[in-house]
Design a protein around this ligand. Structure first.
Ligand code: PLP
Length: 495
C-alpha cells in the first residue's frame, strides 16, 4: 500500500517513507491510497484478541514495509502494563443501557495523546532505519500542555531519537509543568519560554527554518523532525481503538456483531474523529460520527453548512485541547469526501490560507451530512454535565469528555436516533482538577499537586499513579529562555 499527498496524488511513498517524512513536500498530508477491509470474520477474530494483538492486526496492512513481528514488539512496548494502568489498555465502560464510554486516558500521561504517542516513536525510529537515515532525529515540540508530556514519554530512550520540548511559562497548569520538568530519560530536554503558546510555537517554527542551525546540527549528526498530529504514524494507532471498542461491545454482548453504533468525539484538530471515520471505511459498522466542540465551534458550523470560516472570536475554555480554529486533519477528510480529488482539496486549502474561509461543493456537502452530525457546548453547560454525570452515575469525567456527552444528548434529542453510542473520553478528570472541582461546587481549591488529593477525598476516586506520584519526583529541568534565544538552548542540549 502506498501513501499520497492530499494536494498531489501522483507521487507515491511507502509507509516508512511517509512516516519518516511527516508532511508531504507540497504541504499536503500523506494519506493511504486505499483502505484495507476488515471482513465479518476478521472482526470476529479480533474480538478474542488482546489490545496489543488488535493493534498489530489493524495496523499491519497499512505498513507493508514492516513485519508483523516488528509490529508485535512495538505494540508490546507501547501498550504494556508498565505504561497503561488498565489491562484492556482502552477500556469501554457502560454508562447506561446504550451509552458506552471509551476511556483513552489510562496511559503514562493520562490523556488520549498517549494512544498514538506511545506507538509513533517506534514507527518513526524503524522508518528511519528502513530509509537508511544515519542521523539522529531531533523531535522539536512546542506545546500548550498535553502533547509535550505525551511526546516526552513516548520518545524517552527510543533509539535514534532526541526530543526537546518548549512550553510557554504562562501557558500551562502547575501540574502540566511539573509533569514535564520531572521527565525521565537520557534523550529528553525541556525548557520553558517567556510568553504564551504563540511565542513558543513561533520560536519552534523559526528553529525548523533556520538553515544555519540545520547545517550546524547536521555536522553533529542530527536532523529535525516533528511529532505533531499530521504524521500518519500518529493517525494510524488511533484507528485501532475504534475497532477495539466495537469488539469489546460485541464480546460483552452489549451489541451483536454487525449492529451499527454511533461515535461521539470531543474534537480539536480532527485527528481522533478522522481515525474513527477510517475505522468505518475499514468495515466497523459506525453509522454517525458526531463531532463535539466547545465554544470554538468552527467545526459545528462547517459540518452543518459546508462553510469553513476561521474568521471568528477565539475563546479560552476549560477544554483547552479543543481550543482550535484550524483543524489540520480535516484536510484528509476532504480528500476522502471529494473522491480523492487533490485539485479540489488544494483549492480549499489555498482559500483557507488566503481568506481563512472556504465552502465545499455540493457532493462533499451531501457526504458530510450523511456521515457526520455536530454540536457544541459552552463552559457553563460543560460544568453542569460533569456534575450530572457524577450525581446520577457516580462517573467522574473531565471537561473534554463532558462536551462530548452533552453533544450526544443534543443529537439524540434532535434526531430521536437511539443507536448504541460510544462516547470517546480523552483525558483523566485528574488532569483538570480545578474545573472538575468547580463543577462539583467546590470553590476553595488547594495549591499545586495537593489539588489531586482534594478531588480524591471528595469523590473517593483515586488519582492515576503518574499524577499522584508527581509530588515526590525530582525536578530535572528548570531552564527558561526567550523566543529569540531558543537556538542557543538547542545547541546546548544537543552538544
Ligand atoms: C488533543 C485532545 C483532543 C482533540 O483531539 P483531536 O485529535 O485534535 O481532534 C481532545 N481532548 C483532549 C484531552 C486532547 O488532549
Amino acid at each position: 500500500m502506498y501513501y499520497v499527498s492530499t494536494r498531489s496524488k501522483n507521487h507515491r511513498l511507502t509507509a516508512s517513507q511517509a512516516i519518516a517524512q511527516g508532511l508531504a513536500v507540497d504541504g499536503g498530508l500523506l494519506t493511504p491510497e486505499v483502505f484495507p477491509k476488515l471482513s465479518h470474520n476478521g472482526l470476529k477474530t479480533l474480538t478474542d484478541m488482546s489490545y496489543q494483538q488488535r493493534a498489530v492486526y489493524v495496523m499491519n496492512p497499512y505498513l507493508e514495509d514492516f513485519t508483523a513481528s516488528e509490529l508485535s514488539s512495538f505494540a508490546t512496548k507501547a501498550y504494556g502494563p508498565d505504561k497503561f494502568d488498565a489491562r484492556e489498555v482502552a477500556p469501554v465502560r457502560t454508562v447506561d443501557g446504550n451509552t458506552h464510554c471509551l476511556e483513552l486516558w489510562h496511559g503514562p500521561t493520562c490523556a488520549f495523546k498517549d494512544m498514538a504517542l506511545q506507538m509513533l516513536p517506534h514507527l518513526l525510529s524503524a522508518s528511519l532505519v528502513k530509509n537508511d537515515e544515519k542521523k539522529t532525529a531531533c523531535i522539536l515540540v512546542a506545546t500548550s500542555g498535553d502533547t509535550g508530556k505525551a511526546a516526552l514519554e513516548g520518545f524517552r530512550d527510543v533509539d535514534g531519537t532526541r526530543i526537546l520540548v518548549f512550553y510557554p511559562k504562562d501557558g500551562v497548569s502547575a501540574i502540566q509543568q511539573l509533569q514535564m520538568n520531572t521527565q525521565e530519560g537520557e534523550n529528553v530536554g525541556v525548557c520553558s519560554v517567556v510568553g504564551n503558546f504563540d511565542d513558543a510555537q513561533t520560536g519552534v517554527k523559526k528553529l525548523f527554518s533556520d538553515e544555519k542551525l540545520r547545517a550546524e546540527l547536521a555536522g553533529r549528526g542530527y536532523f529535525f523532525s516533528s511529532a505533531n498530529s499530521i504524521n500518519w504514524g500518529r493517525v494510524l494507532p488511533q484507528i485501532v481503538y475504534y475497532v477495539s471498542a466495537y469488539c469489546d461491545l460485541v464480546k460483552t454482548e452489549k451489541i451483536q456483531l454487525g449492529d451499527p453504533v454511533n461515535v461521539c468525539v470531543p474534537t480539536g484538530n480532527f485527528g481522533n474523529i478522522l481515525a474513527g471515520y477510517y475505522a468505518g471505511q475499514m468495515g466497523v459498522p459506525i453509522r454517525k460520527f458526531i463531532c463535539a466542540s466547545n465554544s470554538n465551534n468552527v467545526l459545528t458550523d462547517f459540518l452543518r453548512t459546508g462553510v469553513y470560516d476561521r474568521n471568528r472570536r477565539f475563546y479560552n475554555t476549560m477544554s483547552p485541547s479543543m481550543d482550535i480554529l484550524i483543524s489540520s486533519n480535516l484536510e484528509r477528510m476532504l480528500y476522502e469526501l471529494s473522491g480523492s480529488s487533490d485539485g479540489e482539496v488544494r483549492g480549499y486549502m489555498d482559500q483557507l490560507a488566503e481568506k481563512g474561509r472556504y465552502e465545499v461543493g455540493d457532493a462533499v456537502k451531501g457526504k458530510l451530512s450523511r456521515y457526520f452530525a455536530a454540536g457544541f457546548c459552552d463552559d457553563a453547560q460543560t460544568q453542569r454535565v460533569i456534575a450530572r454525570m457524577w450525581n446520577e452515575h457516580k462517573y467522574l469525567i473531565d471537561p473534554h469528555t463532558a462536551v462530548a456527552f452533552d453533544v450526544l444528548d443534543q443529537y439524540r434529542a434532535e434526531t430521536g436516533d437511539d443507536t448504541a453510542a460510544i462516547v470517546v473520553s480523552t483525558a483523566s478528570p485528574f488532569k483538570f482538577c480545578d474545573s472538575v472541582l468547580g463543577a462539583l461546587g467546590v470553590t476553595d481549591l488547594r495549591e499545586g499537586t495537593d489539588i489531586l488529593g482534594q478531588l480524591s477525598e471528595l469523590t473517593g476516586v483515586s488519582a492515576p499513579a503518574p499524577l499522584a506520584g508527581l509530588a515526590g519526583k525530582e525536578v530535572r529541568f528548570t531552564d527558561n529562555t526567550t523566543k529569540d534565544h531558543m537556538v542557543d538552548k538547542v545547541l546546548e542540549m544537543l552538544k
